[in-house]
Design a protein around this ligand. Structure first.
Ligand code: HEM
Length: 535
């Protein structure tokens, strides 16, 4: 059962979920008294924040601005609040923790470029600390020497261009399998749940890339990955009230995190052992997976494969096997849902706009004319599809609030002083829909990117679906390869029809809360085989 402590501030239900058990629990009285005492004793320190004069909405005692996140998804609500109170930067106190929300391209540039070093750290989150050897992962770790070493291994060895090229056959085989599956459905006139299928496709590609061909997609393993990602996302009560140190223990959250970490570790440990045994027996075949890549690196001694985390509480030495586990964990947590969500939204937007769908389809059918399969050899020729993907990422960035940052020193952004140790949230969803930079911002219109130099490499701060600066997504090449190949195949092999009773105009585009923000309603479509593909 989900304990209230784990609850994330999400949609309409979140705050009521938070409040009902909050007030019905027997520990509530103690919590409120503790907070009131703290409030009284810290009234002088809270006025320090007020002095900074960053604009923001009024807040309530104890919960601060938490109540203002009710009844909408956090990125949407924060966007509305920012337009009213602080279009560049806005101050919020969520529970006990001061947050600054960045909602304009100008402020994002200052945070992620001008003062990138100051904001290159992530705030400490209990889940990240406990799931990743004292916060020693890549996504949530503080910026420092260990982080730089881990990032270098990930960027060069795990997610770099060479490695992405190496795994091309895995992507092509898995997408071809999906096309065969959809063709069978098409022959029977059956609909496919595109949202669900994209999640499975992304999971299969990641599993094969990381763990190897032999590994069947294991439901238990994927569920584990989903729950780990889930606890790493969102705003958790224990992180918003850090002074209530007893909270995670009395609510069972800590025990749950410990259990999850044991399970994750034992699964990945088992996988590494299997690989080691196979290698010792001289087996393994020609297909190297990421576990092999990292084991080779470890054996070669060419890279310093130990990590010493100089954590606030303790110095933790992370062994090289654990480092491998961390690298693998990152790829699953950060990569599976994000890529699947991006494909899903792009298909949905094209279904709403037949003109765009036809244009993208004509392009891919022209470039691959006469071919049985759409492989990656000519993907670079699909220029219009690039525009379509960009436009979809602008309107539906899978991580609308990026991952949180934390200021390491006092610094000025857009004329406001941001104190050290402030949590910073960059709302890239709001920036992508800002009428100051985008004409008709909510309209899906891929041509707006034609003849423009705007790319998603973190150079244009009005468009930052992969973030920017030192913490920018290192999986961008990996993700775009999967997204583009899959879409090209779906467009080439099939025409698409909405299920009976649904028309394009009324296709529900409501967003749902999640690690990656996907669609609330699954996208169900009927594939119709395209006749002109040679057998
Ligand atoms: C369409 C798909 C994806 C999107 C939109 C996306 C977006 C992002 C964003 C916005 C961030 C935070 C950047 C920041 O704080 O400035 C991030 C971080 C990260 N992403 Fe991705 N991502 C995607 C796919 C992937 C994939 C496929 C992988 C791995 C295989 C990956 C690995 C990571 C990692 C490890 C980080 C943390 C980097 C750090 O903190 O240094 N991502 N991603």
């Amino acid at each position: 059962m989900v304990s209230w402590e784990q609850l994330i501030i999400n949609e309409h239900s979140a705050f009521s979920w938070l409040l009902i058990p909050f007030f019905s629990s027997s520990i509530v009285v103690i919590i409120i008294i503790t907070l009131l005492l703290k409030l009284k004793s810290s009234s002088s320190s809270s006025s320090t924040t007020a002095k900074k004069n960053i604009p923001g909405p009024r807040r309530l005692p104890i919960i601060g601005n938490l109540h203002q996140l009710v009844s909408a998804l956090p990125h949407q609500r924060l966007c509305d609040l920012a337009r009213e109170h602080g279009p560049d930067v806005m101050h919020l106190r969520l529970g006990e923790v001061p947050h600054v929300v960045v909602s304009s391209s100008r402020a994002a540039r200052e945070v992620m470029k001008t003062h990138d070093a100051v904001f290159a750290s992530r705030p400490s989150l209990l889940a990240a600390e406990m799931m990743t050897y004292a916060g020693s992962d890549l996504v949530f770790t503080r910026y420092g020497e260990s982080y730089k070493r881990l990032r270098k291994i990930c960027v060069v060895e795990v997610l770099g261009a060479g490695r992405v090229r190496y795994f091309r056959p895995v992507r092509e085989e898995e997408v071809a399998d999906l096309v065969r599956k959809f063709s069978r459905r098409a022959a029977r006139g059956e609909a496919v749940d595109v949202s669900r299928e994209m999640f499975w496709l992304s999971s299969r590609i990641t599993c094969r890339t990381v763990l190897g061909k032999a590994r069947e997609l294991d439901d238990g393993f994927l569920r584990m990955v989903e729950s780990v990602s889930e606890v790493m996302a969102g705003f958790k009560v224990s992180d918003l009230f850090p002074s209530l140190k007893f909270l995670p223990a009395v609510t069972g959250y800590k025990a749950q995190l410990r259990r999850m970490r044991r399970e994750m570790e034992s699964m990945l440990d088992g996988i590494i052992d299997e690989h080691k045994e196979r290698r010792a027996e001289g087996g393994g075949g020609n297909e190297e997976d990421l576990v092999d890549v990292l084991l080779n690196l470890q054996a070669s001694g060419s890279t310093d494969f130990s990590l010493t985390m100089d954590n606030i509480k303790a110095v933790t030495v992370v062994s090289s096997d654990k480092l491998i586990i961390l690298c693998l964990q990152e790829v699953f947590i950060a990569g599976v849902e994000t890529s699947a969500t991006a494909i899903d939204w792009t298909m949905a937007e094209m279904m709403k706009d037949e003109r765009v769908l036809r244009k993208a389809q004509e392009e891919v059918r022209q470039v691959y004319r006469g071919k049985t399969n759409v492989d990656e050899s000519s993907l670079h020729e699909l220029k219009y599809l690039d525009l379509v993907i960009k436009e979809s990422l602008r309107l539906h960035p899978p991580l609308p609030l990026l991952f949180p940052r934390e200021s390491q020193a006092k610094v000025e952004v857009c004329g406001y002083e941001i104190p050290a140790k402030t949590k910073v949230i960059v709302n890239c969803w709001a920036i992508g829909r800002d009428p100051q930079y985008w004409i008709e911002p909510t309209k899906f219109y891929p041509e707006r990117f034609a003849d423009s130099t705007i790319d998603y490499k973190g150079n244009n701060f009005e468009f930052i679906p992969f973030g920017a600066g030192r913490r920018m997504c290192p999986g961008m090449l990996y993700a775009t390869a999967v997204v583009k190949l899959t879409l090209a195949n779906l467009l080439y092999h099939f025409d698409w029809k909405l299920v009976d009773g649904m028309d394009a105009e009324n296709l529900d585009m409501t967003e749902a809360f999640g690690v990656a923000v996907g669609r609330k309603c699954s996208l169900c479509l009927i594939p119709i085989a395209y006749d002109d593909v040679p057998i």
